[in-house]
Design a protein around this ligand. Structure first.
Ligand SMILES: [Cu+2]
Length: 100
């Protein structure tokens, strides 16, 4: 009995939190313009607008590429959608894709 109650509670929690997670997921992408790719340094320079997540003004800055494949996937002049994060104190791009 206790098991089925736990299972039901787990289902209820999933139903409550799944939509919230979906909203957070949709919000995390930012728009930017790739200005430079430093393959040796593993960095992508992006001109971005204000990033509320970091209380940061719009600027051009270097982000560490979380995955080396990203360095080949974009090039200067590309308009991109990207997810910035701060990992071990370093600004990092965790997802990046060309924006249409
Ligand atoms: Cu910045």
């Amino acid at each position: 009995m206790a098991g089925s109650l736990l299972a039901r509670a787990a289902v209820a929690l999933t139903l409550i939190f799944a939509p919230l997670a979906a909203i957070a997921e949709a919000d995390e992408f930012e728009i930017g313009l790739v200005t430079k790719v430093d393959e040796a340094g593993g960095k992508i320079f992006i001109k971005h607008g204000p990033l509320r997540k970091f209380e940061m003004e719009g600027m051009t800055m270097a982000f560490r590429a979380a995955d080396p494949k990203m360095l080949k996937a974009v090039k200067p002049g590309d308009k991109v959608r990207f997810v910035p994060d701060r990992i071990d104190g370093q600004f990092t791009v965790t997802k990046i894709e060309k924006a249409r």
